[in-house]
Design a protein around this ligand. Structure first.
Ligand SMILES: CCCCC/C=C\CCC/C=C/CC(=O)SCCNC(=O)CCNC(=O)[C@H](O)C(C)(C)COP(=O)(O)OP(=O)(O)OC[C@H]1O[C@@H](n2cnc3c(N)ncnc32)[C@H](O)[C@@H]1OP(=O)(O)O
Length: 281
């Protein structure tokens, strides 16, 4: 459940309706507490918040809007009780047109860059599983609070995908070189407790209410600090990585197209999709 806001009149909700969504309501909901200046961004693409082209475009637009609104902090979360984000929408990779695949990958790069380079402080409230692109979203935030009994990790190699350099760097920056190298190569999925142990998340919480409380505590640490000094320092730390990604982005896209258009990859993906269905039987 979302944190109760003392005065509901203070709650501003930005809502956008998106075409081609299976979710009810907008793909991304933002609730702004005007007392604190904290925005809760709720990823809302049922059933598992998988990242389609349109969903990522909506996340990017939301962050742009929040930058303009001069918020004091953002909490990124999901309305699901089981899944934070299931990663890239695997259907985007099934025999895609090359143009769409290029756009999907470009939007994933931009989603990462936009969230990684926000001027305001960001917390991922990971209230469910966060494989692959779900872990990527969490890694873009400054601070991660994870509810117990879920899993998180960059499992791309398990799916036959290479982890791109910019994402490897983000993982390295978070857990250190050795842990990142092994985790990326093996495609390890970590339990919440293991993730805490290696520093992939910063705190655990028993439930979403506790996680929200801890997220606000993190954001409160900046309450009396100059937003300029804070964000300038963050961007000095992070901008080079964003610029590096942008410089190499076309090569990155070419590599992904080659990877995904390959018939062996497509055969593996078909088997993977079947295994997702079989798990339910
Ligand atoms: C363009 C290619 C670029 C390649 C570059 C490589 C790396 C770059 C790094 C970033 C990108 C990474 C690539 C990815 O993110 S690939 C996706 C990886 N994700 C997964 O492997 C997650 C698979 N899903 C699960 O493990 C589970 O669904 C779960 C998230 C643990 C949730 O389990 P549960 O609550 O039990 O729900 P269901 O399993 O029943 O799922 C409900 C429903 O949703 C469908 N679904 C699940 N995940 C995805 C997904 N990622 N994309 C699309 N659809 C998904 C699932 O099939 C069910 O559908 P049906 O109800 O119709 O059966």
């Amino acid at each position: 459940m979302l944190r109760k806001i003392a005065n509901p009149a203070r709650l501003l909700t930005f809502q956008r309706t998106m075409a081609s969504t299976a979710s009810t309501g907008p793909l991304v909901r933002t609730e702004l507490d005007s007392q604190t200046g904290y925005a809760t961004v709720i990823l809302n693409r049922a059933p598992v918040n998988s990242l389609s082209l349109e969903f990522m475009a909506e996340i990017i637009k939301t962050v742009d809007e929040l930058e303009r609104s001069k918020i004091r902090g953002m909490i990124l979360t999901s309305p699901s009780s089981k899944v934070f984000c299931a990663g890239l929408d695997v259907l985007e990779m099934v025999n895609p047109s090359e143009d769409r695949l290029r756009s999907v990958w470009r939007n994933l790069q931009d989603t990462w860059a936009k969230l990684y380079g926000t001027s305001f402080p960001t917390v991922a409230l990971i209230n469910g599983h966060a494989p692959a692109g779900g872990c990527l979203l969490a890694l873009t935030c400054e601070y991660r609070i994870m509810c117990s009994n879920f899993s998180i990790g960059l499992n791309e190699t398990q799916l036959g995908l290479a982890v791109p350099p910019w994402l490897q760097k983000t993982m390295r920056n978070t857990v250190g070189s050795r842990e990142a190298e092994i985790a990326c190569i093996k495609g390890t999925m970590f339990s919440s407790e293991e993730a805490l142990k290696i520093g992939l998340v910063d705190e655990l919480a028993a439930d979403k209410g506790e996680a929200m409380h801890k997220a606000c505590n993190y954001l409160d640490t900046f309450k009396n600090m100059s937003p300029y000094a804070r964000s300038a320092t963050k961007l000095l730390l992070r901008n080079k990585k964003i610029e590096d990604m942008k410089r190499a982005r076309e090569d990155d896209i070419d590599r992904v197209v080659k990877n995904v258009m390959n018939s062996d990859f497509q055969a593996g993906l078909a088997a993977y999709l079947q295994s997702l269905k079989d798990r339910k039987k």
